[in-house]
Design a protein around this ligand. Structure first.
Ligand code: ADP
Ligand code: MG
Length: 259
């Protein structure tokens, strides 16, 4: 079992404090969901875990099995087994999807122990089949001209090929039609198991109809203010967030626009 532990995390963007003390512990074999209104810092948390330079950690800790993640460069975090699936994956011209995946897999392996081409292709074929992806997706340039749904599916392809210990999936469901949503969920559910932990950031209960989380957290104003079981997501879907504010005595505050 592995553990990703976030303690009292404070994060600033351009001098403004966005995360104000986030505590969160995720073990492998667990799927956690974070929900919350726009602009409360959900994506900021994802970026801070992955080490985006714009998101400055001012205090608190992130550890992976006791190892200081904040000390690691972005690529070291990936090699340590952390994966970030993003709302808007970037396009990389000149690098095919398959080449990208193969280098990413090999970057995690020791020198001299690279994955064989045959094994790679076999695995790629089988995962693409599960995700119902067109064959030509492998040879196209990474994300270039991919539709929104194709990008999301491709993120899940990366996930299933790279097999990280922990995945942070930031609104992986936004803009997906129902069929794509089911396929993406199938890919994530395939990963479930003793060696995999996942943090799903989502606005909607919808995705959680297909992936039942073990724990649901609510984030408001830069903190995790409430945690519960899968039923919490249903309650949020039905009743919104006001009852939590009332319950916890949180004052309304103008929240920034989502970027
Ligand atoms: N790159 C950025 N530059 C400046 N402000 C940002 C940036 N990213 C996020 N913010 C601000 O941080 C706050 C939290 O944003 P975000 O983490 O994206 O929220 P969420 O994902 O919960 O909607 C918002 O007020 C947003 O405007
Ligand atoms: Mg966001």
């Amino acid at each position: 079992m592995a553990t990703l532990e976030i303690k009292d995390l404070h994060v600033e963007i351009e001098g403004k404090e966005i995360l104000k003390g986030v505590d969160l512990t995720i073990n492998t074999n667990e799927i956690h969901a974070i929900m919350g209104p726009n602009g409360t810092g959900k994506s900021t948390l994802a970026q801070a875990i992955m080490g985006h330079p714009k998101y400055v950690v001012t205090s608190g800790t992130i550890t992976l099995d006791g190892e200081d993640v904040l000390e690691m460069e972005v690529d070291e975090r990936a090699r340590a087994g952390i994966f970030l699936g993003m709302q808007y994956p970037s396009e990389i011209t000149g690098v095919t999807n398959a080449d990208f995946l193969r280098s990413a897999i090999n970057a995690k392996r020791e020198e001299g122990d690279e994955i064989s081409l045959m094994k790679f292709i076999r695995e790629l074929d089988s995962k693409m089949e599960i995700l119902e992806m067109d064959e030509d997706m492998a040879t196209r340039y990474l994300n270039e001209g991919f539709s929104g749904g194709e990008k999301k599916r491709n993120e899940i392809l990366q996930l299933t090929m790279l097999k990280p210990k922990f995945a942070v999936l930031d609104e992986i469901d936004s803009g997906l039609d129902i069929d794509a949503l089911k396929i993406v969920s199938k890919g994530i559910n395939e990963m479930r198991g003793e060696d995999f932990g996942c943090l799903i950031i989502t606005h909607y209960q919808r995705l959680l109809d297909y992936i039942t989380p073990d724990t649901v957290h609510v984030m408001m104003q830069g903190k995790v203010v409430k945690s519960g079981g899968a039923e919490l997501a249903h309650k949020l879907e039905e009743q919104g967030y006001d009852w939590i504010k009332e319950e916890l005595g949180i004052e309304d505050e103008t929240v920034g626009l989502e970027v």
